[in-house]
Design a protein around this ligand. Structure first.
Ligand code: SAM
Length: 307
């Protein structure tokens, strides 16, 4: 069966008495070149970790749908676990993946799964990759959940995240301080690793056809954690509280992004303290948070929390 042939997909869904569900963001890939390229990117396109790890990695797919991308992942990885929310798709997956011994399907809402525990369990000492054609309606909470899952200290088994997302979302995640799309999501992602926009996927490659265009985003956590970005970050037991404060500073800076930073951060620090810290960094005290690089946020938080 060709899971990317539109006629065959329709027949399969009809046979199971179901149709694509908008409420679950179901837009299935119907051009086989796309799941192939996404699986290749996930398995074979490292850019921070030098070695190619897919030979022994376990890949976690979020939202397998009818299994088109799942099958491509199963051809490249020794083990695939796929989490699907829709009970109507579970019997479909049982049929389309029946011949694959290295795939396990979990019927669950990914947003309600304990991702940290799941990733530890899948790992058992091997690297874990995440790969998904994400439903647009939950892209932000899913990325947030993935970033929250691991402490950015380089010890997580999670080594690569490859996501097909709305094009604008990919731009927002990859944006730097000079870009109009720069946001708290851009900085929080940059604290964990490097994000890259890999390639575009036009709306015509999906069934049903969405109103927006998409892009594949790849994120690789830094091999040595935040210290690869900012070597002066506190170490040991000082790291977790420092990182927690850092994320609060970033959130507050972008919550009121038009305000000068001393005002935006006034719920956390006195204006005088923020001004002093900015002066020590050689930055104007009326700067807005949206002008600071991820490294600037790291240094500013260190100056504000260690006196
Ligand atoms: N992977 C398939 C493909 O590429 O053709 C389907 C992708 S479709 C855009 C998104 C998939 O995610 C659907 O199968 C949908 O049911 C599933 N999904 C939506 N919300 C989910 C959630 N919270 N947890 C797990 N799966 C979810």
């Amino acid at each position: 069966m060709n899971l990317c042939n539109l006629g065959e997909v329709r027949t399969l869904l009809e046979k199971h008495g179901i149709a694509p569900r908008k409420s679950y963001g179901q837009n299935f890939l119907v051009n086989s070149a796309i799941p192939e390229e996404i699986a290749d990117t996930s398995a074979y396109a490292p850019f921070l970790f030098p070695e190619n790890e897919s030979d022994n990695a376990h890949v976690l797919e979020i939202g397998p749908g009818i299994g088109a991308l799942t099958r491509e992942l199963a051809a490249r990885y020794p083990a695939v676990t796929a989490v699907e929310i829709d009970d109507g798709l579970i019997p479909v997956l049982a049929e389309t993946l029946a011949d694959l011994e290295n795939v396990r399907v979990i019927h669950s809402d990914f947003l309600k799964t304990d991702t940290g525990t799941l990733i530890e369990e899948l790992s058992g000492g091997v690297p874990v990759h995440i790969c998904a054609n994400l439903p647009y309606y939950v892209t932000t909470p899913i990325l947030q959940k993935l970033l929250d899952t691991f402490l950015p200290d380089g010890t997580s088994p999670l080594r690569r995240i490859t996501l097909l997302v709305q094009s604008e979302f990919a731009d927002r995640v990859c944006a730097t301080a000079e870009d109009k799309d720069y946001s708290a999501t851009s900085v929080l992602t940059a604290l964990h690793g490097r994000a890259r926009r890999m390639f575009s996927v036009s709306a015509g490659n999906f069934y049903p056809v969405p109103k927006v265009s998409s892009a594949v985003l790849s994120i690789e956590p830094y091999p040595n954690g935040l210290w690869d970005l900012w070597p002066d970050a506190p170490r040991g037991e000082d790291f977790p509280p420092y990182f927690q404060k850092l994320t609060k500073v970033i959130d507050a800076s972008f919550l009121q992004r038009r305000k000068a930073l001393p005002n935006a951060l006034s719920p956390l620090f006195s204006k005088a303290d923020t001004e002093n810290a900015l002066t020590k960094m050689g930055i104007r005290t009326d700067v807005r948070g949206e002008k600071l690089s991820p490294e600037d946020f790291c240094r500013l938080t260190a100056l504000l929390t260690t006196k």
